[in-house]
Design a protein around this ligand. Structure first.
Ligand SMILES: [Zn+2]
Length: 854
């Protein structure tokens, strides 16, 4: 089925379709993409298909600063105003899709233009990949006038803004003709291709079929398809994107542009169902999952439809007659793999890092689909093509099965979603599973849920004297980007007996998507004893790991409506003390603070540090004002005694032997890390004289593998006061091989991870100002610390494990997790924690920066 045409055919097709012809075969030009490409958060514009409607809920289309993502794209196509012009991209003969007989990325634009011939279709560019490839959203529905779209959008928004009113309208029949949004995401893992091909097949039918059943569906739904969420990975046959991120672990962090682009569409539609199509699991895997189930979902509402929808998809897959796509039961019948029904553990929905689990927080019945047959590796051409043919047919069957279920149960699904949101605004606790089918089919402990009674509110202080107002603004903006409601105090107020300053943020948990607010701001739970095996991580928390102060308010307290105003945008403005100062101080307690210091150092400003780690900036008020404004950081007054005994700091020339996530995090902070290996030093490609510091968390840089000349150079570099930061077991191994700090390390279970309570040494330049929490993954802790080694941070002696999964955690209580010291003349810091893990725990970044600047 692959749409593979020679270039000449592409040109011919483009000529047929008119406006796109001007751009045929033009190389991608970043300037063509317009202002959105430079958007700091990578947010795409969110105009409605066919051009009408305010887009993102609660934010009007004329919000300041929002510009069309593609100026050229607003040109009118016949019958489809503002349907984007899809330009061609250069043919890449090395596209990994080609030998699989699947559609290469360079053939997608022509396929989309062909779909655009239908007045049921709009195609939008919703963002760009790391390497600049366009991400496409195709929306299919029966044609609507601008006025009809406006009504559609109003009823869509009402679900979240006022679920009670929406329920009343549903009962009165006002939603009878409202088209429910259904969402399909494809190819987020670049080397799991077939969802894209299947979706293009389905779209062909949705665009052109006259089959009454399909026409009926088009009148009942708005179908939204992300054609490929990872075009760079599709072309290169990599699971990750070009930054090395597994994006199906990034949805709750949204560090990657491809994730932010799709997140904005999930926010825009709050779809009723959501499929995320992957591969490759024998028998074809269709969620719902095993336990533990996320505490913040309305799981009883979810499972009722998730299970029935899965059974509908299973029937559709079995109906394909592809025997290699299913397994045989003992009675000779066939089945797919539905983990809730067929497994006891290890395929859970606990962390909302996964795309469908994240979508559940927007009210979707979310499913991961795993098509069955791995086409990678050493196969004959015929077998490879047969596998991708079957996988494509299976993916298409699941999409059809899902759409059929949603069509047959349209009003029930909508009522279910409104009930989900209503519980949020009414502040009700979650409920146990009461569905007879789920009760009868659940395997093992998969029926168990942990009932959640939500906080009344979360308070995020952001007044003048608060720890990191910058981090507070960052967190609030992140919540707004996730469609959450946040308020801000216009004057001082009281809540739960505590006084707060003006400027304080308040998250009223009585809101439709409170489950998402809870999972972002709460700490989570220790699930070690719930299930033995977890699929991926078991803890995350923006409230506890992002650096802002977040306070939970429980009980039935009343919020001060007069003091609180809804927030539509949060940005720290930064500040500079008035008057002429000889020096300014900067306390680095946020990513923005690190970025500000690196900006000043890169610009050649001479900085120094006080003993407590405060940066001292010479009194050029213009420079300081500019940085305060650009990064939203607060400069403070420094008295003459405070600036007397400071140490000079210069730009850090940083070498790294680290994973992709860590390198990305270091770049986020404004460092310019260069990957190093012992081989590159031995070959003379790299020289120790070109580095000030090394961050080591892999074995790519082994000091014992340096030749005699380079070993001597390395020892001289250490003696000259170099800086080493080691992380994890490989960092400790580097330390031992280089003969640095005298410490003994112990390892927790390799699959353990979570949020830990820590005690910091207030005198430490690395952790003196650090958060009281940290993140561990495959935890390492120091059981013996030799002479001259400082313990910067240790696990709390009691109750240190706040959330996550760590069998055998007791052995680590009270032990050191960050240590430092001077060895062979070098400043050495070792982390047993994971301060840069997948670019998530931003509030821990300042510890790494401090260690590098030490
Ligand atoms: Zn996958």
């Amino acid at each position: 089925m692959a749409v593979r045409r020679p270039l000449i055919a592409l040109i011919a097709a483009a000529l047929l379709f008119g406006p796109a012809s001007a751009a045929v075969a033009a190389p991608p030009d970043p300037a063509e993409r317009g202002p959105a490409a430079a958007s700091p958060r990578g947010q795409s514009d969110t105009e409605m298909p066919f051009g009408v409607g305010p887009g993102q809920r609660g934010r009007s289309a004329d919000a300041p600063g929002r510009k069309p993502s593609q100026p050229a794209a607003t040109a009118k196509l016949p019958g489809k105003p503002r349907n984007d012009v899809i330009v061609d991209v250069p043919v890449e003969l090395t596209d990994a899709s080609i030998p699989l007989n699947l559609i290469p990325y360079h053939d997608i634009p022509a396929a989309l233009r062909n779909l655009q011939r239908s007045n049921r279709i709009s195609v939008e560019v919703i963002g760009q990949s790391v390497l600049g490839r366009d991400l496409h959203l195709v929306v299919a529905t029966a044609p609507m006038s601008d006025a009809q779209w406006k009504t559609w959008q109003q009823l869509s928004d009402l679900r979240i803004n006022d679920p009670h009113a929406a329920q009343a309208k549903l009962a009165a029949g006002a939603y009878a003709n409202w088209r429910t949004p259904l969402f399909v995401n494809n190819n987020i893992h670049g080397n799991e291709w077939e969802g894209t091909d299947a979706s293009l097949q389905i779209l062909q039918d949705l665009a052109f079929s006259t089959d009454p059943a399909i026409v009926d569906m088009l009148n009942k739904h708005v179908f939204a398809f992300v054609v490929t969420n990872n075009p760079d990975g599709r072309v290169a046959a990599t699971r990750a994107n070009a930054n090395g991120f597994d994006m199906n672990r990034d949805f709750i962090t949204a560090s990657q542009p491809e994730v932010r682009a799709v997140r904005a569409q999930l926010v825009r539609y709050s779809p009723l169902t959501m499929l995320d199509i992957h591969g490759y699991v024998n028998c074809t895997l269709i969620e719902p999952t095993t336990g533990p189930h996320g505490d913040n979902y309305e799981y009883d509402l979810y499972i009722k439809h998730a299970l029935r929808n899965a059974l509908s998809m299973e029937r559709a897959v079995l109906a394909t007659g592809e025997t290699r796509a299913s397994c045989v039961n003992s009675d000779g019948t066939r089945r797919n793999d539905i983990p809730f029904r067929d497994r006891t553990q290890g395929w859970d929905d606990w962390p909302p890092i996964f795309t469908p689990m994240y979508a559940m927080y927007h009210g979707a019945i979310g499913h991961t689909i795993e098509v069955p047959l791995n086409p990678r590796g050493n196969l004959t051409v015929a077998e490879r093509h047969e596998r991708t043919r079957i996988n494509t047919a299976v993916a298409a069957a699941t999409i059809r099965g899902n759409f059929e279920y949603a069509t047959q149960n349209r009003e029930e699904l909508l009522a279910n979603q409104l009930e989900w949101f209503r519980r949020g605004v009414d502040g009700e606790p979650t409920r146990p599973i009461d569905d007879p089918l789920a009760i009868s089919l659940a395997r093992g402990d998969n029926l168990k849920t942990h009932l959640q009674d939500f906080a009344r509110a979360y308070v995020i202080p952001a007044g003048k004297d608060q720890r990191s107002a910058t981090a507070a603004a960052r967190l609030v903006q992140f919540m707004l980007d996730n469609d959450l409601e946040v308020q801000r105090a216009s004057r001082p107020f009281k809540l739960g007996g505590t006084h707060y300053e003006a400027g304080t943020y308040v998250v009223d948990m009585r809101q439709a998507k409170r489950g998402l607010a809870s999972t972002l701001l709460g700490v989570g739970r220790d699930v070690t004893n719930d299930f033995n095996a977890m699929y991926d991580i078991s803890a995350w928390s923006h409230g506890h790991l992002w650096g802002a102060t977040v306070q939970q308010v429980d009980g039935n307290v009343k919020l001060d409506d007069k003091a609180l105003r809804p927030v539509t945008e949060a940005r720290a403005t930064g500040s500079v003390p008035p008057g002429k100062q000889s020096h300014y101080g900067l306390v680095v307690d946020s990513v923005a603070g690190i970025q500000a210091v690196n900006k000043l150092l890169n610009d050649g400003v001479r900085l120094s540090r006080t003993a407590d780690g405060t940066f001292v900036v010479p009194g050029d008020v213009a420079v300081v004002r500019q940085v305060a404004e650009a990064y939203g950081v607060e400069f403070i007054r420094m008295t003459p005694p405070q600036v007397r005994n400071t140490t000079g700091v210069s730009k850090t020339r940083l070498g790294v032997a680290a994973n992709g996530g860590e390198i990305f995090a270091l770049q986020q902070m404004g460092f310019q890390p260069i990957s190093v290996t012992h081989t590159a030093f031995n070959n003379g490609i790299l020289s120790f004289a070109d580095f000030d510091a090394f961050f080591v968390s892999t074995t790519a840089f082994n000091p014992l593998s340096l030749n005699a000349t380079q070993a001597a150079a390395f020892n001289q570099w250490l003696a000259d006061g170099g800086t080493i930061v080691g992380r994890g077991s490989s960092g400790k191994q580097f330390n031992d091989r280089a003969g640095l700090l005298d410490v003994t390390i112990a390892a927790g279970r390799s699959d353990a991870n979570g949020i830990v309570k820590v005690v910091n040494d207030p005198a430490s330049p690395i952790t003196g100002n650090a958060l009281p929490t940290a993140f561990v993954d495959a935890p390492q802790y120091f059981t013996r610390v030799g002479d001259g080694v400082r313990v910067d941070q240790r696990l709390a002696a009691e109750g240190f494990f706040l959330a996550g999964h760590w069998g055998g955690q007791e052995a680590a209580a009270g032990h050191a997790v960050v240590v430092s010291g001077v060895a062979k003349g070098a400043n050495v810091t070792l982390f047993g924690t994971e301060p840069l893990f997948r670019a998530h725990p931003e509030g821990l970044y300042p510890q790494v920066a401090a260690a590098l600047w030490w």
